[in-house]
Ligand binder design. Sequence first.
Ligand SMILES: [Zn+2]
Length: 441
Amino acid sequence: MKLTKVIRLEILKPANDDWKTVGSRLREMQRATAQALNHCIRKYYLEAAPKVEELKRRNEKITAKAVKGKQSNTAELGSMFGSVFNSYVYGTIDNIARQRWNTDWFDVMVRGEKSLPSYRRDCPIFVRARGVNLREKVADEFINRSIDIKLQPKTNNIIPTDNFILSNRSFDESRTAIWNRLRSGEYKLGTIQLLYHKRKKKWFVNLSYSFEAESVKELDPNVRVGADLGLAVPVCLAVNNGYGRAYLKEEGESIQSFRRQIERRRNALRRNERGILERRSGHGRKHKIETIEKLRELENNFRRTANHRLSRAVVNFALKHRAGVIVMENLEGFKEEHAEDKFLSSWTYFELQTMIKQKADEVGIYVETVEPKYTSQRCSKCGHIEKANRNGRQFKCCSCGQTFDADYNAARNIATIDIAKIIKETKISEDDNAAANQPQS
Ligand SMILES: [Zn+2]
């Protein structure tokens, strides 16, 4: 299913800093857009009116198909507004007018319940996506994001470009993610509008974008995917409504071999460190620092790419199972539970979780976290909790004898509804039993 959504970004100023000229041009465009829309709408009604009257007179069924106009108004718009906006928006304006006719005509023309729709002067300015360019550059540690828009009519066969600098206030986590996806082409830019907010006295740009998503409606809130994060297998997934599972393993192998590579190169650099310090060679030292920075960047890029792939795979797995919820371990507890793994830097997992959350949000999957304590010691079949249940990758329940892959067992626990409560109750009843079994003194 294709989803279309919109983000609204605040315009800080035109890049040429000339608000006076650009602002008055934008206001003129607003007025012209309203006039153009009203003109086209009126034409559609005028064209339909005699057909509606005729059908009424003959007492026949009045359908959109029978009365709909066939003409296009783009040529007329060209002669009327050619000096205000670029020809590429005529089609857009005509389409919007036609859509408006489609939704309103029956109420207006047959029922007489509505008056002819009309746009006022503060209406949005429509921009065609082609020729729109999303720019980003880093200057003095600030990210400068701007957007190129072609609004003005051609002069000497060239369409002039306006560049608007966007306010960084607009860029919270989710808008930044969408912006980046639009820039990378992962999301496709749709219609664009410029709007003036009267109360805030500011201009905004609405970017609509589309992407492929599974049907959100079909997700079942009772189907939960548990995600167990680890080292050998970065992510193991299980569902609570059957035996569906996935080991996102290859990613782990490539992450680890890449890490080993980086580690070797870093150690080699460290071995040279003493010599460089003794020689006090400024050049050598600078070179070394640059190389360590470079290694760090390589590692960061690699990790980010791997986390993008992993998070995509997690969300796809959830969609495949129509799961309405993804459950992950709460990272505070996670650090304790996995303290023995020296490679496990919690921030890598923090990044992975953030990406899973973002991608899940986009398709309407809810994300929950659970305290990971005991999730790897509990038998997901009978509920028995004991440290001896788990032995490395193997899980064998000391109570019911069931064997599992340890990661899968943990993921199944994580996917269980109310797992925190269940574990707490199990521990309390175990403690009670232990107390009851104490010999009386
Ligand atoms: Zn068991």
